[in-house]
Design a protein around this ligand. Structure first.
Ligand code: DOR
Ligand code: ZN
Length: 372
């Protein structure tokens, strides 16, 4: 007999959709897996005003409404159900972002803003507009604390005080020990999410200090699935924060298996064209949208924690953002399948999803499949 799981429609608390042809190609894939998603603002140029967020939201909605049947297919050719996707918009914490913009974002007259994202200067894709240290943004952080606007952290120290690069395997640990405690002490009411938690140190810190509605963490499929050894030999697994050693992978897996109300899914699906991903300098970012829910399910099954899956995917995320879980559902079926093809944009760029059989070990099999 085939095994199925029905869940409230998942919530992706961290996704990159880009703009233009890339956005048109990847947005229906996220919309097929998730009912709502927190949309990252590190586009080029960045999203730093409510007007820009409103424009961006329109572009996203246009990409998952009015699809022809030919367009509403994943790379494997399966039809996708993409109706009713709700993008939740964010602003980039650049030096141009003002307390007044935070007020406009909370009011929502032009565009409701769900959170503000901080990138450490120089650490990753399009992070050149970020602060060197989050603590420099005092006026904006104060306003965010006052009005209840969540702060989403790319929690890595990238540069030291002399502007030299830290060891990228150590950046998250440095942030957790040197920066995060100071941030939490200075802004005791600020809602904070440590995004894409990837290390043993971060897992321990969040387990000890996490609190629903105050300090939460999101977890990606790739930090649950891979270790440093695999990541260093596969350019598709180049990502920030870097995929760390087995000890960290197992600590992140153990954290999600606990079923804590302040830990939830954020895919960090971040598409780049093949030419950029496979070039010698290789862009940071893993594209997981076409299989993210399936991969999380696979990990929770491996961990014997399927009873914790629905809260992780569909309940804890919306609760942090003050929203009810979705009233829609999805059903997953236990079924082996493989990703053998890239997504191709309408400008002809190929984008390779995580776990494909061409650029991985060649034997990646995904154990669950969403039924459309
Ligand atoms: O690997 C990453 N890619 N990490 C980020 O923080 C940004 C993302 C992207 O936008 O490509
Ligand atoms: Zn990201």
């Amino acid at each position: 007999m085939s095994k199925t799981i029905t869940l409230k429609k998942p919530f992706d608390a961290h996704v990159h959709l880009r703009r233009g042809a890339m956005l048109r190609a990847v947005t229906p894939l996220t919309a097929a897996e998730f009912g709502r998603a927190i949309i990252m603002p590190n586009t080029e140029p960045p999203i730093e005003t409510v007007e820009q967020a409103a424009e961006y939201k329109k572009e996203i909605l246009a990409a998952c409404g009015g699809l022809t049947s030919a367009e509403s297919r994943n790379p494997q050719g399966d039809a996708l159900r993409v109706s009713g996707f709700e993008p939740l918009m964010t602003l980039y914490l650049t030096k141009n972002l003002t307390p007044a913009e935070i007020e406009k974002g909370i009011a929502g007259d032009v565009c409701k803003i769900s959170a503000v994202k901080s990138y450490p200067y120089g650490a990753t894709t399009n992070s050149q507009w970020g602060y060197r240290s989050i603590l420099e943004a005092a006026n904006v952080l104060k306003k965010m604390e006052e009005v209840g606007m969540p702060l989403l952290l790319h929690g890595e120290v990238h540069l030291n005080e002399d502007d030299e690069e830290e060891d990228p395997y150590d950046g998250e640990r440095l942030f957790i020990t040197d920066v995060l405690p100071r941030l939490l002490d200075t802004y005791p009411k600020l809602k904070v999410s440590l995004e894409h938690l990837s290390s043993e140190n971060a897992a321990a810190f969040i387990e000890k200090n996490g609190e629903a509605g105050r300090l939460v963490a999101t977890v990606t499929p790739h930090h649950l699935l891979y270790g440093r050894h695999e990541a260093e030999s596969n350019p598709l697994l180049k990502v920030k924060p870097l995929i760390k050693d087995e000890k960290s992978k197992n600590a992140v897996r153990a954290l999600v298996a606990k079923g804590l109300p302040f830990v939830f899914a954020g895919t960090d699906s971040a598409p780049h064209p093949e030419a950029k991903k496979l070039s010698p300098t290789g862009a940071f970012g893993i594209f997981s949208a076409p299989a993210a829910v399936e991969l999380y399910t696979q990990v929770f099954e491996e961990l014997g924690a399927l009873d914790k899956l629905e809260n992780f995917l569909s309940v804890n995320g919306p609760r942090f953002y003050g929203l009810e879980p979705s009233s829609k559902t999805i059903t997953l079926m236990k079924k082996d399948w493989q990703v053998t093809e890239p997504v191709v944009t309408d400008e002809g760029d190929k984008v390779w999803p995580i776990c494909n059989t061409v650029h991985g070990s060649g034997s990646e099999t995904i154990r669950w499949k969403i039924q459309n």
